[in-house]
Design a binder for this molecule. Structure first.
Ligand SMILES: Cc1cc2nc3c(=O)[nH]c(=O)nc-3n(C[C@H](O)[C@H](O)[C@H](O)COP(=O)(O)OP(=O)(O)OC[C@H]3O[C@@H](n4cnc5c(N)ncnc54)[C@H](O)[C@@H]3O)c2cc1C
Length: 448
């Protein structure tokens, strides 16, 4: 075999790390990376909270891979519409799908459809300037319930009580920053259906809550009296033990009369969102573990005043055209990254769509490396594509008729954003529409 031609679908961490692992493999290989959005970096740009600039700076490392001579980036090219499985088979020996898991899971309780009941994913996309996100008046509620016990729930709670002034130093889009000046949130109730020992928060993210100006943290000391099973968890789970230590420290602190509060409520699950057309409250039930360790309601309920509810209980993948999909785990079934099922020769997955929506950015590096090892082991058996010429891909994209953006064109957008940032004393001012990104990138219209 001559040069191995690989397509990567998705330029989030998993896709880019997969491209990097291929380029580092010491074999003749070239990689084309496609993303449905004009901008690269997936959730690093559109998920990680703006007040985490150090984490967002991972994009600089990802950019080095995308700028490599053997890599090409094509933004605003969606697999399934602009590019089909048949196109990929024509041009590449193999394809790695690294499309992430964009859907937010639902609570499945009455009232979820009311105005003011939001998916955290939509809020996160909006405050990160995702081109498909809409302002749903996320910041209009004084009292807010955030359902979930992971880092995304913490991000949402923390952002809701962070002042606009504190966000000037972030890449929060200009229009969002403006909206933040009218943020009404005073009380955010973080609802965790299990106890503090079971929460999925990581400790640095939990600690961050205590560093916010103008915010008191409210924890019920009774929630920190651990039952024997929870106490046992702390013996072998160091993160859980550290989290409980942090929470105990907060219980001991007196309230300062700060204008905003985060109430951490454990053993509490929402059973109904109430309101007439719009969220007015959340009915919650106290929970416990039954004799078998399963979560059970105690029947003790109360109604919490809340004018908005954010569900942050996890993400789910979407089926991809031409690929099998496991509805239960919402991933593409695979063995070490090799997609299983009929007609899947040369088809691989990496990242969240491979293993589910868990882990930090770095987890995707080892995950992608595993997929690339599998692919390279299969390489001698892969079918040679009939049109491997890199120029033939461009002809296919031209035929599809959409406007796509290549790396140099993305760099123009990136440069524009940082220059606008400098003009306003901010790290970056994001361009938030597809049209503007294509225009600033200087992408010509298909017939232009
Ligand atoms: C709200 C939130 C905050 C987070 N914060 C942190 C944090 O602070 N620190 C940390 O370490 N981790 C954080 N994570 C986790 C981290 O973002 C993920 O581990 C990582 O982004 C998953 O990588 P991925 O490449 O699988 O998916 P993604 O990052 O989602 O990338 C998938 C890419 O595929 C593209 N795509 C989707 N469908 C198609 C298609 N049909 N055709 C072409 N392209 C397509 C998407 O546009 C996207 O660019 C956070 C996650 C979320 C949701």
């Amino acid at each position: 075999m001559g040069e191995l031609r690989v397509a990567v679908i998705g330029s989030g961490p998993a896709g880019v790390y997969a491209a990097g692992a291929l380029l580092d493999a010491g074999q003749p290989v070239s990689v084309d990376i496609f993303d449905a959005l004009p901008a690269p970096f997936g959730l690093v740009r559109y998920g990680v909270a703006p007040d985490h600039p150090k984490i967002k700076s991972v994009s600089e490392k990802l950019a080095e891979i995308l700028a490599a001579p053997q890599a090409r980036f094509f933004g605003h090219v969606a697999y399934g519409t602009d590019l089909t499985a048949a196109d990929l088979r024509r041009h590449y020996h193999a394809v790695i799908h690294a499309v992430g898991s964009a859907n937010e899971r639902e609570l499945g309780i009455p009232g979820e459809e009311l105005a003011g009941s939001f998916a955290a994913a939509d809020f996160v996309a909006w405050y990160n300037g995702h081109p498909h996100a809409a302002d749903q008046r996320f910041l209009a509620a004084p009292e807010v319930a955030v359902v979930g016990a992971g880092n995304v729930a913490l991000d949402v709670a923390r952002m809701l009580v962070t002042s606009a002034d504190a966000l000037v130093a972030t890449d929060l889009p200009a229009g969002v920053l403006q909206a933040w000046r009218g943020n009404q949130a005073t009380d955010v109730h973080l609802l965790a259906r299990r106890g503090p020992a079971h929460a999925k928060f990581t400790t640095p993210e939990l600690r961050e809550l205590a560093r916010l100006d103008g915010v008191d943290l409210v924890v019920d000391p009774a929630d920190l009296e651990l039952d024997p099973a929870s106490a046992q968890i702390l013996e072998h789970d160091r993160v859980a033990a550290r989290n409980v230590t942090v929470l105990r420290d907060w219980v001991a602190r007196p309230r300062t009369g700060a204008p905003r509060r985060v109430h951490l409520r454990f053993w509490t699950r929402p059973t109904r969102i109430v309101g007439n057309g719009r969220v007015a409250g959340v009915q919650v039930e106290r929970t416990t573990l039954d004799g078998t360790g399963r979560l059970a309601g105690t029947g003790a309920t109360e109604q919490l005043a809340a004018q908005a509810v954010f569900r942050a209980i996890g993400y789910a993948g979407r089926p991809l055209p031409g690929l099998p999909f496991d509805q239960t785990s919402s991933v593409v079934p695979n063995e070490a990254g090799r997609v299983t099922g009929p007609d899947q020769t040369g088809v691989y997955v990496a990242g969240w769509i491979k293993r589910g929506p868990t882990g930090v950015i770095g987890t995707n590096k080892s995950d992608a490396a595993e997929t690339v090892r599998t692919l390279l082991a299969d390489a001698p058996k892969l079918t040679s594509p009939p049109e491997p010429d890199p120029a033939a891909v461009l002809a296919t994209l031209e035929r599809a008729g959409g406007r796509y953006l290549q790396w140099d064109e993305w760099l123009r957008v990136d440069d524009h954003e940082t220059r606008e940032g400098a003009r306003h004393g901010r790290p970056r001012v994001k361009v938030c529409t597809v049209q503007e990104m294509l225009d600033i990138g200087g992408v010509r219209a298909p017939d232009g």
